[in-house]
Design a protein around this ligand. Structure first.
Ligand code: ADP
Ligand code: TRP
Length: 325
């Protein structure tokens, strides 16, 4: 099965991104033909700073490789290295009613907040549809907020088919397990937009400081505490074995342990959990050519598939085959 997903390089990856998405992408690489890309075209709808976009795009690749994405199994590439997607997005836009895009949440939410939206944000689902259709993707693992976009992708493909005949493979969304909504340091959902993230590769000192700053209630040290309502415990669960979780839950309930102690355990568990990835990351940092090479090799493979599907779409709607340059 062709599995495909994209992740926007709008910042450094955090624990929410890892447990909510990246870990699951990596697990799929063993059994499926996975294509993963860094959605730099999409990130342009939020980042308008060339140096930052370059940095986040590169760091995203390094992070993914360090976390275990294996280029021998999965194809990793930069979205913008396959320019054919923008062309397919155009073809799809010509069969997409305005009303479909008006309902899409990225645009709708921005309007609802009274913020001006640009055409790129409005048309964002058409580019995402092109990303999916251009590789004959069958399974698209995404968070539940992206489900609407995969549905619209199917609608666009079917609309195109109704005019021009069958061209595309219809994809299915595979909704990632978000049961572990990862809380941020303020206890709300961890998200870049809330400024409450803990990045996966935070330097140890900064990591410790962030962990120590996680919001807790004012239950006194001696008193019993409730692990089920505590962000420190919710985060600890992500890193700890069931036995370790049970042990810490017991200490919460027994009283006599302060939140500082739980935070220390969380810090240690997180350091241990990502220790290997940190080592791999340190090595990759010394090998920028290797990282670039992985992205280029990935793009070559992705692009050859994209050209094949785009050629089918061009031919179906009456465009001449592109002359060989
Ligand atoms: P952010 O909210 O920080 O901007 P993104 O929207 O770029 O993060 O999320 C990328 C992926 O990470 C999505 O698949 C999303 O579902 C997942 N994700 C982000 N934050 C969390 C979280 N706190 N808990 C679980 N999954 C998350
Ligand atoms: N829009 C997705 C997000 O914000 C990223 C993305 C772009 C994507 N193109 C895609 C995800 C294609 C899956 C398939 O998370």
């Amino acid at each position: 099965m062709r599995v495909l997903s994209g992740i926007q390089p709008t910042g450094r990856f955090h624990w929410g991104n890892y447990f909510g998405a990246i870990r699951q992408y990596i697990a799929l690489q063993d059994n499926e033909q996975a294509f993963y890309f860094i959605a730099d075209f999409h990130a342009l709808t939020t980042i308008r700073d060339a140096a930052r976009l370059r940095e986040y795009t590169y760091e995203a690749a390094v992070d993914l490789l360090a976390l275990g994405l294996d280029p021998a199994k999965a194809t990793l590439f930069r979205q913008s290295d396959v320019p054919e997607v923008t062309e397919l997005a155009w073809l799809l836009m010509t069969v997409t009613p305005m009303s479909w895009l008006e309902k899409c949440h990225a645009y709708k939410d921005k309007l609802a907040k009274g913020l001006p939206a640009d055409v790129g944000l409005f048309a964002y689902p058409a580019l995402m549809a092109a990303d999916i259709l251009i590789y004959d993707s069958q399974i698209v693992p995404v968070g539940s907020d992206q489900k609407q976009h995969v549905e619209i992708t199917r609608d666009m493909a079917q609309r195109f088919h109704s005019y021009y005949g069958e061209v595309f493979t219809l994809p299915e969304a595979y909704i990632l397990d978000e049961s572990a909504k990862v809380p941020g340091i303020d206890g709300e959902k961890m998200s870049k937009s809330y400024n409450n993230t803990i990045e996966i590769f935070e330097p140890p000192k900064k990591l410790r400081k962030k962990v120590m700053s996680i919001k807790t209630d004012s239950t006194p040290l001696e008193a019993p505490k409730n692990p089920d309502t505590c962000a420190v415990f919710a985060l600890y669960r992500l890193f700890a074995t069931p036995e370790q979780q049970a042990e810490l839950a017991e200490r919460y309930r027994a009283g006599g342990m302060g939140y500082g102690e739980a935070k220390k355990l969380l810090y240690e568990a997180a350091m241990e959990y990502f220790a290997e990835a940190r080592e791999r990351r340190a090595q990759l940092e010394q090998q920028p050519d290797f990282v670039e090479d992985v992205l280029r090799t990935g793009a070559r493979k992705a692009r050859s598939k994209a050209q094949e599907v785009l050629a089918r779409a061009r031919e179906a709607c009456g465009l001449k085959p592109r002359p060989v340059a």
